[in-house]
Design a binder for this molecule. Structure first.
Ligand code: F6P
Length: 339
């Protein structure tokens, strides 16, 4: 393979730039030309494509966001979009594509795979919700950003003896809430993967203050459950009498300089993606499992270890969906128990 393309797609994540840098530098080291595609699959279809050189990735490893820009582009699910995208790749002489992104991006990589174009997926999303990897690029930075925010909120919570419901991103996954919740010593963590009882939530708040053990109460709420305002309203309805505030950390969590962990993961996965394409291997996604790089077929059967299968009528089946660490929810219950 003499020429490869690279794009970032979906929600940006800290460390995407480090991954692009690794792909560009490793390719050039291996004698392969790299073309950057702006705005993800939207830019691919539009032909917004340019050659990338070593100088283009200088001073980028420490920067959040993605200098190739990103976009959500559901139109790539259509046959027309896919054929146009492949036509653009061929026009630029691109023989393989690295796709960095989350769920939707993997569907794009799957569509290319189905049409026989070699694509390699790299998991880049703060949500950590991608099958085929223990961790995604951006997750570590995100939980550290959330952690810093919760620590700050706790200062003011303690000063005023207040209860805070803190909503954090994560789409339908509770990973950010679970990891940042444990790290911040949250009193309660509420995630979509687990049932909760609002009366029990309120009881714990009351118990904390009445026992004299608590001068604040922090509830970390994953956005996949509901919004912080709505949750706080439910607590009030259930009889909460504490001085309650609701706050949403929001998009702050998506930005910022990537942690060392995310930069290393991004560099490692980026270079590996180039190695795979160089060997003519496409249709796979790179991941990390038990601290070793792994790759899984993007499309195929569950027995083959493929991430996705397609039914006859074209429905996507996620063979081994990502699972949040619910043992962390148990861990937190044992650490925040007052009785
Ligand atoms: O997938 C990353 C993510 O930040 C999710 O956590 C969140 O639900 C979503 O993207 C927000 O999307 P947008 O930036 O398009 O509002």
């Amino acid at each position: 393979m003499k020429r490869i393309g690279i794009l970032t797609s979906g929600g940006d994540a800290p460390g995407m730039n480090a991954a692009i840098r690794a792909v560009v530098r490793k390719s050039i080291f291996d004698g392969i030309e790299v073309y950057g595609i702006n705005y993800g699959f939207a830019g691919l279809v539009a032909g917004d494509i340019r050659r990338l050189d070593v100088a283009d990735v200088g001073d980028k490893i420490q920067r959040g966001g993605t200098f190739l820009y990103s976009a959500r582009y559901p139109e790539f699910a259509t046959e027309e979009g896919q054929l146009k995208g492949i036509e653009q790749l061929k026009k630029f002489g691109i023989e393989g594509l690295v796709v960095i992104g989350g769920d939707g991006s993997y569907h794009g990589a799957m569509a290319l795979t189905k049409r026989g174009f070699p694509a390699v997926g790299i998991p880049g999303t703060i949500d950590n919700d991608i099958p085929g990897t223990d961790f995604t690029i951006g997750f570590d930075t995100a939980i550290n950003t959330v952690l810093e925010s919760i620590d700050r909120i706790r200062d003011t919570a303690t000063s005023h003896v207040r209860t805070f419901v803190i909503e954090v991103m994560g789409r339908n996954a509770g990973d950010i809430a679970l990891w940042a919740g444990i790290a911040s010593g949250a009193d309660q963590i509420i995630v979509p993967e687990e049932e909760y009882d609002i009366n029990e939530v309120v009881r714990k708040v009351k118990e904390g203050y009445e026992s004299g053990a608590k001068t604040h109460h922090v509830i970390v709420l994953a956005e996949g459950v509901m919004g912080a305002d709505e949750f706080a309203a439910k607590m009030k309805e259930a009889g909460d009498t504490s001085d309650l505030r609701a706050t949403n950390i929001g998009h702050v969590v998506r930005g910022g300089s990537p942690t060392a962990r995310d930069r290393v993961l991004a560099s490692w996965m980026g270079a590996h993606a180039v190695d795979l394409l160089k060997q003519g291997i496409g249709g796979v996604a790179v991941g990390i499992h038990n601290e070793e790089l792994v790759e899984s077929p993007i499309l195929g059967t569950a027995e083959e270890g493929a991430l996705f299968s397609l039914t006859e009528d074209g429905k996507i089946i996620v063979n081994n969906p990502h699972k949040a660490r619910l043992d962390f929810a148990d861990l937190n219950r044992s650490l925040s128990n007052l009785s």
